[in-house]
Each structure stands twice: as C-alpha cells, then as structure tokens.
Design a protein around this ligand. Structure first.
Ligand code: ZN
Ligand code: ZN
Length: 423
C-alpha cells in the first residue's frame, strides 16, 4: 500500500467525522468559555477533558500531570509511530467585555488580587478542538498507523507567582515519554487571520520571552536639594533610554528582530522628595537563542554602567521564561501539503514572525514540532475593529473552529502514514 492510497480515504473519513461533531465542538467551546480557569487551576476543564478521553476509549488517560494536565494515548490498530497533539487549557486574568450570551462572569483571586477571568487567548477553542480531534481519531482507530498522544496542558500563560507549571513541567513529569512521540503538533487561534485561513512559518516563529526587574538604588534627599543625595529617578530615566539603544544600535536586527520594553516603573511618593530607589519591570523578545543571551548581557551592562556613572547602585534580575518557538524546517515542509489540502492552497499563508511567545517551544526542544495558526476573525470585519488576543473584547468566529479540527487530525494521520512500516 502506498501513502497516497492510504491518505485519501482517511481524509474523507476525517472530514465527515468533523462535520458530524461540529455542534458538539461549539457546545464544548461555549461551556468552557463561560467557565474559564486560570493557570494551574484548570480543575473543571481537566475533569471534562479526562471524562471525554475515557468515554471515547483512549487506552491510557493520565491526570494531574503538572498539577492539572491530562495526557492520553489512543492506540491505532495498525503498527506505526507515535504523534503528539497539544492544547493549552488556561484562561487569563481579564474581565470579559464581549456581549456573547456565554460571556464569562467568573471572578477569582490571582497573585493576591481580585480579577475577572476570561478565555481571552482562545485556549477554550484549543481544548474543544483537541477534544473533537480525539473523537474523530478514536472513530477511525482501525485505520490508524500507530498511536496518538493527546496533551492537554495547564498554565501556558505562566503559573501563579511562586508555582511551577506549563509545558516545561509537563515534560519534567513525563508527558513526552511512554510512549515518546516522533513529532508534535499544536495550533493557536488568532485574531490576526480571517476565518478559513491557516498561517504557518518554518524556523523561528514566535519569540523568546524573558522578564526582567531593575532596581536603581540612590540616596533619598529633599527635592529642593538633589546634590545632597543620589536621584534614582533621573538614573532610571537614563536607563530606560539607554536600553533603547540595544535594539536600535547594538544587535543585528537585519538577521533577527528583537524587542526590549519597560512596562512598569515605580518610585517616589511625593513631589518634593527624591526617593531612595526606583523599580522597573520589562520584557525581552528575541528569535535566536544566541541573540537572547547577548541581549541579556547588554541589558545588565547598560543598566549597571549608567547607574555607576551617577554613583547609584543597580540590581538587575532577568528571568528566562519561554524559549524561541522554532518550527522544525523538515517537518514544516513535510506537512505544508497537508495544510494546503485541508484549507485550500490559497487559504494557507506564510505569516511574519510573531513577537508573542508560546511554551510549545519547550516540547520542540525534545521532539520536532510544528505550531501553526488558525484564523478566527470574520472576514467582513474592519481591521481596526478587531480585538487582539488578550483583549477583553477578544472574539472568536466559531465558523473557523472546524478547520482547526480538520487540520490537527489530518497532520496527525498524514504524519503517522509517512512513518508507517511498508510491507
Ligand atoms: Zn495568550
Ligand atoms: Zn495563547
């Protein structure tokens, strides 16, 4: 049997199964949307996922992986390899402002603060898409060449302060072992693309994301007598401007872009008191691990030396969060025809790099992976009216979700076919 012969009837079977599960897909998504849960707190969501995976006859269903994660294996009847599919489950501390009837009214405490909770990044869509994919593939396990591993992961948007979580912890707790997959696929719904369109990119696709904190230590004095102390506010202002020259003057932005942003400054209590210290928080984005390390050194050097020139002290603390999401070039090239077949060739777009980040990157350090984008913005909508992911107005055109199911199911099946033993 050749791969082409095997794939075509499977493709037709997938498409008709997806059409059948369509209403269930939307019902799941709306239910999850109305009941979002924050990172490491996805108890209800994980319960629904695990119950579903058991109900459709997955061979193994592991729960409480990395707190609330669920990992299941579906064994096909034909011999073959193992492919992994991943969905993230967490919502965001955002108070929803859309007017959909299933809008979230959930409130909770996050890092000590009362917050609204919303699926403002579309992880509700990811969970329901992967649940539907599991149903579709379970219905055709006789034809499956190998096994499919379903990974439902908590805390993609970072766990609460002081807790571990997310993809890194899933891997540490064995999500990619027993059995170990030969490839992993994931998707993200995006407001940047219209419904019906799939976006992809080979190589570096989403940025590394690291946070940093800089404390400038001066010496408190009267606002009318700055020479009696050391003014950390003026030093902090110089540091903010100095950091701008890292991207504009120091790194080779012709090879890869980078971003350094200060998003928060805190210092002082009154107009006429020069404070003792100023605290700043920022984020660093890169698309190359070497450049990432280089920018870290330059942030530290810039802040420390500017402070020293003013006789202030300076503490720089950089926390590495997510690495660069790098789509395996060979795997991307191999699966592109599948995506084109599923969406239609004209509907598959090579997209620019995304300065947002994804902890899917951690899986790609262990196994070749492809992470792609599925459009969910109604094509009739004016671009200025489109709310981005993480906005309280983030809106999903549900007509775009079945394409996500078809794409994920097809890449899994096609990849398994490509690995199947030939006799
Ligand atoms: Zn997000
Ligand atoms: Zn997300």
């Amino acid at each position: 049997m050749t791969a082409a012969l095997a794939i075509e009837p499977l493709a037709a079977a997938i498409d008709s199964a997806v059409a059948q599960i369509g209403p269930q897909l939307i019902a799941w998504r709306r239910d999850l949307h109305a009941h979002p849960e924050l990172g490491n707190r996805e108890f209800r969501t994980a319960g629904i996922v695990a119950a579903h995976l058991r109900a459709i006859g997955c061979d193994e269903v592991r729960t409480e992986v990395a707190h609330t994660g669920v990992v299941a294996v579906l064994k096909g009847k034909r011999p073959g390899s193992v492919v992994a599919l991943r969905a993230d489950m967490d919502g965001l501390p955002v108070a929803e402002r859309t007017d959909v009837p299933f809008a979230s009214k959930v409130q909770t405490i996050w890092n000590g603060e009362a917050v609204g909770v919303m699926h403002a990044c579309g992880h509700d869509a990811h969970v329901s898409i992967l649940m539907a994919v599991a149903s579709v593939l379970a219905g055709m396990r006789d034809q499956l060449a190998g096994s499919v591993k379903f990974i439902f992961q908590p805390a993609e948007e970072l766990p609460p302060e002081g807790e571990d979580g997310g993809a890194r912890m899933m891997i540490a707790e064995g999500a990619l072992e027993n059995p170990a997959p030969g490839a992993i696929f994931g998707l993200h719904v995006t407001s940047q693309l219209p419904t019906g369109v799939i976006g992809y990119r080979s190589g570096p696709t989403m940025a590394s994301a690291d946070s940093f904190r800089i404390v400038v230590n001066g010496r408190q004095t009267h606002g009318a007598m700055p020479w009696r102390g050391v003014d950390p506010i003026v030093v902090a202002a110089q540091v903010v401007l100095g950091l701008q020259t890292i991207v504009s003057r120091q790194v080779d932005i012709a090879s890869e872009p980078a971003v350094v942003t200060i998003g928060r400054i805190k210092g002082g209590v009154r107009n006429n008191i020069i404070p003792d210290s100023v605290e700043m928080h920022g984020t660093i984005r890169t698309f190359d691990e070497g450049m990432r390390d280089d920018v870290h050194v330059r942030v530290t050097d810039t802040a420390e030396h500017i402070a020293k020139a003013s006789r202030a002290g300076c503490d720089v603390c950089i926390t590495k969060n997510y690495p660069v999401t790098v789509n395996d070039a060979e795997l991307t090239a191999q699966m592109l025809p599948t995506l084109e077949r599923v969406a239609g060739k004209a509907q598959v777009r090579l997209v620019p790099k995304v300065t947002g980040s994804e902890d899917f990157a951690f899986y790609q350090h262990v196994v070749p992976g492809l992470f792609f984008f599925v459009g969910i913005t109604p094509p009739t909508k004016e671009w200025e009216d489109v709310a981005p992911n993480h906005s309280p107005l983030f809106y999903i055109d549900e007509a775009g979700l079945p394409l996500g199911v078809r794409a994920l199911a097809q890449v899994a099946v096609d990849w398994l076919e490509s690995q199947a033993p030939r006799g």
